[in-house]
Design a protein around this ligand. Structure first.
Ligand SMILES: [Zn+2]
Length: 442
């Protein structure tokens, strides 16, 4: 039997497939046709069955699915490090909000490009975003070759961005229509939080999510302080507001869930809503610790996210995996909590479910070719007993040496193929002056 033709064959010393059996292949290979994985197996097996004029041998590297960032505000890369180590409300009102109030489409696009380039270099191939001017975030996603679910955020009306509900819904529908036929971009409905909107507005926005058949994402139960603010305003806890208004549904995506009760966990689990865990942002903002182990054992699908780069301060999913695991071990005084395989699942298979994507997060025939590789020829990755252990406990974003999304090589050995990183870096440095001038005015 002569081998079949494919467009690309990738070879590497190990493949963490993340398939149903969590198979790890040694001396593995992946055949790619167009945007799709055609076959996965050992090098000997794939060479026998497939033939391609283009091959990519990453040598002593671990190949795995591209990671999925379930919660970020990608343009906030422009505010990375502008202010740290402050109480949340001071940080927001004296630094973040004054800068955000002056943002325009050019700056949002620049921040989005910077974030997309950072994620691509760090092995992330898809993310769920929430911010303003998401049409230009979509432009950055389109150009950079990554995947995204975009969410045009809104607050209680009238707000600086939308005077009325009608205006907001029109913009959101416009965004949805603009990317309706895009192969790598979908949209979502994105109310900011329970305490910054109203229940009526949330209900109306859920109706829009149903009409457009898209996800509905919200920050919720991020901290005890948020619970207090919400209780003052509505005489209810944040999750109670969602539950009482029929807003816990299979299309609901909740970011954080730090201050959550046993009863609320049961309600989320029964509803089919999913949660995004953002351990580094929660720690840095002093928000508390999400009961991740409890959420998972109650059957809730949990994704992993960085949150915005102003509160993290990077978009590095390796750090999130390690922090998620170490935090639970520490707080529960149980070293068996969140083992490496669970941490990797959060960043891959669970992330895909969280974003509503059924064809990524796993290296398997028929799935999209969203593939990354991690260079194992580094001192901090020697020797290798167990590749899975190294990915979660030893490797970092800087070890990624290949990022492929939809069969297209976006990044290899330090070189970006879709992002003009020199210009992006230069423009980002220039934005510092602008941001600081905004702060002086306030
Ligand atoms: Zn957030």
């Amino acid at each position: 039997m002569s081998p079949q033709k494919c467009d690309l064959i990738i070879y590497g010393s190990n493949i963490l497939t993340q398939d149903e059996n969590r198979s790890i292949l040694t001396d593995g290979a992946i055949a790619v046709t167009g945007k799709i994985i055609a076959d996965v197996g050992t090098k000997a097996d794939i060479d026998l069955k497939w033939n391609s004029s283009k091959t990519l041998d990453v040598g002593n590297s671990i190949i795995m699915p591209g990671m999925i960032n379930s919660h970020t505000h990608v343009p906030m890369t422009l505010m990375r490090g502008v202010a740290d180590d402050l109480p949340l409300l001071t940080w927001l009102h004296e630094y973040i909000f004054p800068i955000e109030a002056g943002l325009n489409k050019e700056l949002v696009e620049l921040g989005a490009l910077l974030g997309c380039a950072e994620m691509i270099a760090g092995g992330t191939t898809a993310f769920l975003d929430g911010y303003m001017f998401e049409d230009v975030v979509g432009k950055a996603v389109d150009e950079s070759g990554i995947k995204a679910v975009l969410g045009e955020g809104f607050f209680e009306f009238p707000s600086p961005f939308f005077k009325t509900a009608k205006q907001a819904w029109e913009t959101i529908e416009g965004l949805h229509e603009r990317f309706l036929l895009h192969d790598r971009i979908t949209t979502s409905i994105t109310p900011h939080a329970v305490f910054t909107t109203t229940p009526d507005q949330l209900i109306e926005s859920m109706e829009l999510a149903e009409k457009l058949d898209v996800l509905w994402q919200i920050h919720c139960a991020e901290s005890v302080a948020e619970t207090e603010l919400t209780s003052k305003k509505f005489d209810k806890r944040p999750l109670e507001v969602l539950c009482d208004n029929g807003l816990l549904t299979p299309r609901t995506r909740i970011h954080h869930c730090v201050d959550v009760t046993e009863q609320e966990i049961k309600q989320i689990s029964a509803s089919g809503a999913m949660i995004s865990h953002n351990p580094q942002s929660n720690l840095k903002l002093g928000s508390g610790i999400c009961p991740l182990t409890k959420l998972l054992s109650s059957g809730i699908t949990v994704g992993l996210g960085t949150d915005g780069a102003a509160s993290n301060n990077d978009l590095n999913m390796f750090e999130e995996m390690r922090t998620a695991s170490l935090l639970q071990k520490g707080i529960l005084q149980d070293p068996t909590a969140i083992p490496a395989q669970t941490a990797l699942d959060l960043a891959t298979v669970n992330g895909a479910k969280f974003l509503g994507l059924t064809d990524t997060g796993i290296i398997k025939a028929g799935m999209r070719a969203d593939i990354i590789a991690i260079d194992m020829d580094k001192l901090h990755l020697k020797p290798v007993y167990n590749p899975l252990s190294h990915i979660v406990y030893s490797a970092g974003a800087q070890d990624v040496n290949l990022t492929i999304c939809d069969g297209k090589v976006l990044y290899q050995n330090g070189k970006h193929f879709t992002c003009d990183v020199e210009t992006i870096s230069h423009e980002a440095e220039k934005a510092v002056k602008w941001a600081l001038s905004r702060l002086k005015k306030h």
